[in-house]
Design a protein around this ligand. Structure first.
Ligand code: C2E
Ligand code: MG
Ligand code: MG
Length: 569
């Protein structure tokens, strides 16, 4: 046993028995802090052995953060204060862990039989841990264990005030997984959860311990990189994209998923959490449109763009209600005879007196889902017009563009069948143009959908061929009727050898497989000549005619064929 107590102030036997059995710790100290008495509970709770604190000044076992408050209370007692308010502090257990105590100090320096500062401390460790657990649950995402939105906001607020004080930058990264919905559907929810956990872990591993990675919701994560002055943010983001692009292992199955990241920087792109998060989100959307696995820094026109999108969306809703969409028609011309062999219907929308190009409003309609209703109106108008032309003796089919979202509609075949029935158009006079981005997601399902539509008797064409991810293999894999070579390839003719060679190969392969080829965006006589020489069947472009109204189209179709170039018949 260590040194016996120097001093035994509690003479009264009953009182001594009480102290012996007390759960609370009672210690008595001299004015300089030296412990002159400890109750047995001190050894039990703090682990320093019986009388382990005696003759020691125990302040250095108090957590450095809590020490000043305890010492200040003690000094006040020595100076004459009779009793302190309760003080919470952490005391180091002999084994190294922290014990949470709540102590009250009483000045009994002049009390006969005691003559010291008495501290009564209660072990509140269990309560503190429970509080911490509750706080953790309230502030963390249960799936990934990452901070949730509310803790993110706190951390970001703290990071911003530190950064302001030190004149530093803070980078807010908004990350979103590409195609997560499709992956989640195919893996099942358990697999999707597992994937999210692994993504969280990788993101955590990419940043410093002092940085925050939070789950913002669904497949959205936010990282806050503080004191970002010393690290080039683009390098950090690039590293994250690289790490996240590695295949994940979900139940033994390799899964590849891209990540899109938007970055907003304090103070340039915002000074408060809301603005920074909103701007990083806008930059993320821009990154997504730029392609999978990319990142973008916020630029102020993104904000204007987001605002504009909302206005356009509202305008589109109104236009759906009052039939505000018009169609124009662009001829598809036979390169051998220069006769019109088809028409592509292209939607037109005038909003507040301005002609808004489809390249602007179609993506917004697609994102908001409005494309389904717009598309149905377009289909109906186009079918009606084509039926009308047939009554006037023109035989050509009408081509209508279908966006990926429209194509994924479960009831699309039923809708098409109904529209054909209503307008009296024979199925073989309707051609549906789909782009490569439609079948990149789930090629097998799309192959089945294409087959379903073709069973109705309508024609399927692949639009903008060569711009997406499609390869020449798709020409064999998907049963379709028409292939439209994207304008960007035609543009390169005849200057760009590579483009010309690709165009020639695609035409040859398609002809061999009995697929009709249309060259898009044909603008020059030279292009017409080269394409004819390659054996291209049809062409569409300003060289022949821009998209025109139905009446103008009727006039074009009534005319003689477009003039043939001398030498190419
Ligand atoms: P797209 O289906 O590839 O349509 C061809 C686009 O190229 C049209 O642009 C057309 O005006 C333009 N074009 C035609 N010939 C030439 C040419 O010689 N030179 C140049 N520079 N351009 C030419 P538009 O009408 O602005 O449509 C753009 C895209 O919007 C379309 O590309 C299509 O993907 C989409 N779109 C248009 N109408 C609809 C629609 O009703 N529904 C859906 N889902 N998408 C549509
Ligand atoms: Mg098209
Ligand atoms: Mg096209």
């Amino acid at each position: 046993m260590s040194d016996p107590p120097l001093y035994t102030p509690l003479e009264d036997e009953r009182f001594r028995a009480l102290v012996q059995n007390l759960a609370d710790i009672i210690t008595i100290h001299r004015e300089d802090g030296t412990t002159i008495f400890e109750s047995p509970s001190a050894a039990r709770i703090l682990g320093y052995g019986p009388n382990g604190l005696i003759n020691r000044i125990p302040f250095d076992a108090i957590h450095p953060r809590d020490r000043p408050a305890v010492q200040a209370g003690f000094r006040a007692l020595v100076a004459g204060l009779s009793v302190t308010d309760p003080i919470e502090f952490r005391f180091r257990h002999a084994e190294g862990r922290w014990i949470h105590l709540e102590g009250v100090g009483t000045n009994l320096l002049h009390e006969a039989g005691i003559g010291g500062i008495v501290l009564t401390s209660r072990d509140i460790t269990q309560r503190k841990l429970a509080e911490q657990r509750i706080r953790h649950v309230a502030h963390h995402d249960s799936l990934t264990g990452l901070p949730n939105r509310s803790l993110l906001r706190d951390r970001l607020t703290q990071a911003l005030s530190r950064a302001r004080a030190r004149d530093e930058l803070v980078a807010v990264l908004f990350a979103n997984l590409d195609r997560f919905k499709a992956i989640n559907d195919s893996l099942g929810h358990r697999g999707g959860d597992e994937l999210l956990r692994q993504v969280a872990e990788r993101l955590r591993g990419c940043v410093r311990d002092t940085d925050t990675v939070a789950r913002f919701g669904g497949d959205e994560f936010v990282a806050v990189l503080a004191g970002a002055a010393d690290l080039p943010v683009a390098v950090a983001v690039q590293k994250i994209l690289q790490v996240c692009a590695e295949p994940y292992d979900v139940d033994g199955q390799p899964v590849v998923v891209g990540t899109s990241i938007g970055v907003a920087m304090h103070p340039g792109d915002g000074r408060d959490p809301d603005t920074l998060l909103r701007n990083a989100d806008a930059a993320m959307s821009a990154a997504k449109s730029a392609g999978p696995g990319t990142f973008r820094f916020f630029t102020s026109d993104l904000n204007a763009r987001a605002h504009e999108s909302l206005q356009i969306e509202a305008g589109l809703r109104a236009a759906i209600q009052n039939g505000g969409f018009q169609l124009t028609y662009q001829p598809k011309v036979d390169l051998a005879t220069h006769a019109i062999r088809g028409a592509e219907a292209l939607v037109r929308w005038t909003h507040r007196g301005f002609n808004v190009p489809p390249g602007v409003f179609i993506p917004i309609a697609e994102e908001s889902g409005l494309i389904v209703q717009i598309g149905e109106q377009v289909l109906e108008k186009a079918c009606r017009q084509c039926a009308e032309w047939r009554r006037q003796g023109f035989e050509f089919p009408i081509a209508v563009n279908l966006s990926p979202r429209q194509f994924r509609q479960q009831d699309l075949p039923a809708t098409i069948a109904r529209l054909l029935e209503q307008t009296g158009l024979p199925p073989r006079c309707l051609e549906l143009e789909i782009t490569e981005s439609t079948f990149i997601e789930d090629p097998d399902a799309v192959a089945a959908d294409i087959a379903n539509l073709r069973r109705l008797g309508v024609l399927i064409s692949i639009d903008d061929f060569g711009t997406g991810f499609a390869s020449l293999n798709y020409i064999r894999r998907f049963a379709f009727d028409v292939l439209k070579i994207d304008r960007s390839f035609i543009e390169g003719i005849p200057r760009e050898q590579g483009h010309a060679a690709i165009v020639e190969a695609v035409i040859m392969l398609s002809n061999a497989l009995g697929i009709e080829v249309v060259a898009e965006g044909v603008e020059t006589a030279e292009q017409v000549a080269v394409l004819s020489a390659y054996g291209c069947g049809l062409a569409q472009g300003y060289y022949f005619s821009p998209p025109v109204t139905a009446e103008e189209f009727t006039a074009l179709a009534t005319q003689r064929p477009f003039a043939l170039l001398p030498g190419f018949v």
